[in-house]
Design a protein around this ligand. Structure first.
Ligand SMILES: [Zn+2]
Length: 310
């Protein structure tokens, strides 16, 4: 299959099968030809008794590769899932930034029973012209963020990254960040609408969803689960940086945490779920704009809850 996409002012998400070609037109008008040659997934280690059978506390670490031909050169992009390296720097090749998000082969080692996240093709990736941000405005922190970056130890049981193995066996359709009940959840960007699409009373969990339609037609959907309450009325527009909810507190299991979700929908295309890390990566790039809203953390694993000016 042949695809053609032109770099927008927001991120491009795409799924590709092996041998698919993508002509990605950079901001300077030059098309970069990207062919997916191969994908694979490997087990780094697990303490499961049996692959794909959940065991509370079990950890399964995985690695995956996407091999591309990019403008005639072969490149293998390697990622890890459920490890600290889940919080990766995107790759820059031929003036294009690549976030290899997932490969179907990961499901040799995991089931999809913990939120939809399986690619419909061999690989899922996000792309952007290397000179551009993932979206024009700076992103406000979604929640208070550790200055030193995201920590795998703070992802629920220490492995619940996007696609991480929940109880070692089920791909996790979100990114969990541990923080105390009531931790503020801020709008990372201006929002057109927001509401709880699940409530504790009806569904046993409070799940918040918000939308942003960009002028180019792209729709971004973001979600936070386990919130304790909304702090602004639902179905209103919200400006970036406004606290929309108190996080972490409902149906949190073993650790108080919030569960983050990111979905990109291009006009006329099915929605594509992506690693929320991509948003957090941009937040860290933008940290100087919102330095007051990053946590000070006195010691590893312990949130102080204090802002630098307090
Ligand atoms: Zn979760």
């Amino acid at each position: 299959m042949h695809h053609r996409r032109t770099a927008q002012d927001t991120l491009t998400a795409i799924e590709m099968d092996r041998r698919d070609q993508l002509d990605f037109v950079r901001a300077d008008g030059v098309a970069v030809r990207i062919t997916l040659l191969d994908t694979s997934a490997q087990l780094i280690r697990t303490n499961l008794d049996q692959i794909k059978v959940e065991k509370p506390g079990a950890v399964t670490e995985l690695r995956f590769d996407c091999t591309f031909e990019i403008d005639g050169q072969r490149h293998t992009l390697t990622r890890e899932v459920s490890t600290q390296n889940s919080f990766y720097e995107p790759f820059e090749i031929a003036g294009v930034r690549f976030w290899p998000d997932a490969v179907d082969g990961l499901f040799e080692f995991m089931d999809e029973t913990h939120g939809p996240c399986r690619p419909r093709k061999h690989a899922r990736l996000a792309l952007q012209d290397a000179s551009r941000r993932i979206c024009p405005p700076p992103l406000h922190p979604w929640c208070p963020l550790a200055e030193e970056g995201l920590d795998i130890g703070e992802c629920y049981n220490g492995d619940d990254t996007w696609m991480g193995g929940y109880f070692g066996a089920s791909a996790h359709g979100g990114l969990d960040i541990n923080h105390p009940r009531g931790t503020p959840i801020w709008a990372p960007l201006d929002l057109d609408d927001h509401f709880l699409f699940n409530t504790e009373a009806e569904h046993g969990n409070n799940r918040w969803r918000a939308f942003r339609r960009w002028p180019n037609g792209d729709l971004w959907t973001i979600q936070v689960h386990h919130v304790t309450r909304l702090t602004v009325p639902p179905h209103t527009t919200v400006s970036a940086g406004v606290q929309v909810a108190d996080g972490a507190g409902v149906a949190v299991g073993a650790h108080d945490h919030s569960h983050f979700v990111f979905v990109v929908t291009h006009p006329g295309q099915p929605p594509i779920k992506l690693d929320p890390w991509i948003l957090f990566w941009q937040m860290y790039q933008d940290r100087d704009a919102f330095a007051d809203h990053f946590y000070l953390r006195a010691q590893r694993g312990r949130h102080t809850g204090l802002y630098p000016d307090d």
